[in-house]
Design a protein around this ligand. Structure first.
Ligand SMILES: [Fe+2]
Ligand SMILES: [Fe+2]
Length: 427
């Protein structure tokens, strides 16, 4: 593989492709209309606003889910097309080839990131790079420079001007996606400064501890419960105050999907726990369990986790192995409470025994395991992924009500009522 490594690697993620294949892509004829008829109270705008993590849920396609605009500036039309194809489900791509029009477009509405090649009409990428550097509003826009060979003078000059990430053509799609992820997340995390302090602290502290998990796993060191539960304290405070919309919104553009998914699971699980009367110390266990429930995914290759087509049996086995990897990790972390371990070990089990890794069923699954499965599925369905749009929360809930043999429908109804109550509070 050619190309320099991006600064930040977007670690693994939950890949529920088996769900995609079996459930999410199944046609739901007239689902929206039927849902409105059956559950008309699921339509208030506040419900949508609260839950649209990762996406705006416009089925019209006028606003695609959670996209950011990326400007690719390159005189080579084939390369621009390749970049557009690579990013099509994640970003809106604006193609530009000439220096003047490119500067105009970038200045008019600064994009989320710029991919700038050395080949720009008429004076090359360096001339445009210098012009961009002269516009104060553009200095903070993430920028990735590309060239066809490592000895490119353009890349050397770009680094000299402060560009952190460079790529050598040709590069694989995931290399570009990871490079963009590293650049854009930095900007997203700085945007959290605008939200309420407690919710901001929830995002910052969980991000920090989540990043440390990868080091712990790779170095074979145990996870300390007091460390991760302390990081979850602001999250639980926000949930107990009934005010967690901003942090769900704030996390939605973060490109580390495992973190986004885990943060959402931690938030929804805590809220679920509070709704059924669980106290603060146990809410911390729920939040901790949610945050660490998929850490085994950090050992699964990125390209498998983000595979857009149906997984092979081998790939599926690798994805599913994340539960056992998580269990191994937690076994080496003796202070983790049993409740958090249950969430991690059993969030893919189902009442009818069709889940994994053990195929537990019915009475073998306690209330906590049933809650974890509901929250994990709901979160995964409403997450935005590289390979799929987010599902509208109403549709996710509706789909889950059809899973009568697999999910505890009483608990699902409690969760649905919790979401509605929260939405009404915000309206
Ligand atoms: Fe999982
Ligand atoms: Fe998960």
């Amino acid at each position: 593989m050619r190309g320099t490594s991006p600064v930040t690697h977007s670690k693994g993620s939950l890949h529920e492709i088996e769900w995609c294949n079996r459930q999410w892509r199944s046609p739901l004829p007239g689902a929206a209309a039927e849902l409105s008829h059956r559950l008309p109270f699921l339509r208030p705008a506040g419900m949508i606003d609260l839950l649209r993590s990762g996406a705006d849920m416009e089925s019209t396609g006028k606003r695609r889910a959670g996209r950011s605009r990326i400007c690719v500036v390159d005189a080579n039309a084939r390369f621009r097309a390749e970049v557009r194809d690579a990013l099509t489900s994640v970003y809106e791509v604006q193609e530009l080839s000439e220096q003047g029009p490119a500067l105009d477009a970038i200045s008019l509405v600064p994009p989320a990131a710029i991919i700038l090649d050395e080949n720009v009409i008429p004076n090359g990428g360096l001339a445009l790079l210098r012009e961009i550097g002269c516009v104060p509003e553009l200095r903070k826009v993430p920028l990735i420079c590309t060239a066809p060979h490592e000895r490119s003078v353009f890349l050397a000059d770009a680094k000299g001007l402060g560009v952190r990430t460079t790529l050598i053509k040709p590069f694989r799609r995931h290399v570009l996606l990871q490079a963009l992820s590293g650049e854009i997340n930095d900007r997203v995390e700085r945007s959290w400064l605008r939200i309420e302090p407690i919710q901001q602290a929830a995002l910052r502290r969980t991000t920090r501890v989540f990043n440390e998990l990868a080091d712990l796993i790779s170095e074979g060191r145990p996870l300390r419960y007091d460390t991760v539960s302390a990081a979850c304290e602001p999250l639980v405070e926000a949930v107990m105050a009934g005010n967690f919309q901003d942090m769900l919104e704030g996390v939605r553009q973060h490109d580390n999907y495992t973190y986004v998914h885990s943060f959402r699971v931690a938030t929804f699980l805590s809220a679920f726990g509070q709704a059924i009367g669980i106290g603060r110390s146990d809410l911390l266990i729920l939040a901790t369990g949610g945050l660490i429930h998929d850490v085994g995914k950090l050992a699964v290759p990125w390209d498998i986790l983000n595979e857009s087509s149906r997984l092979t049996d081998r790939q599926l086995a690798i994805v599913r192995s994340h539960v056992n990897r998580t269990r191994e990790f937690l076994r080496n972390s003796p202070g983790i409470p049993k409740g958090a371990v249950t969430i991690a070990e059993q969030h893919h089990e189902k009442l009818d025994g069709s889940g994994y890794p053990l195929g537990l069923k019915a009475d073998q699954l306690n209330e906590l395991a049933r809650m974890a499965t509901i929250i994990d599925i709901f979160s995964a369905m409403t997450d935005r992924r590289i390979y799929k749009e987010a599902m509208a929360p109403e549709q996710a809930l509706f789909t889950m009500t059809q899973m009568k043999a697999e999910l505890d429908q009483h608990l699902l109804a409690v969760f649905r009522d919790l979401l509605l109550a929260t939405a009404r509070k915000i309206d």
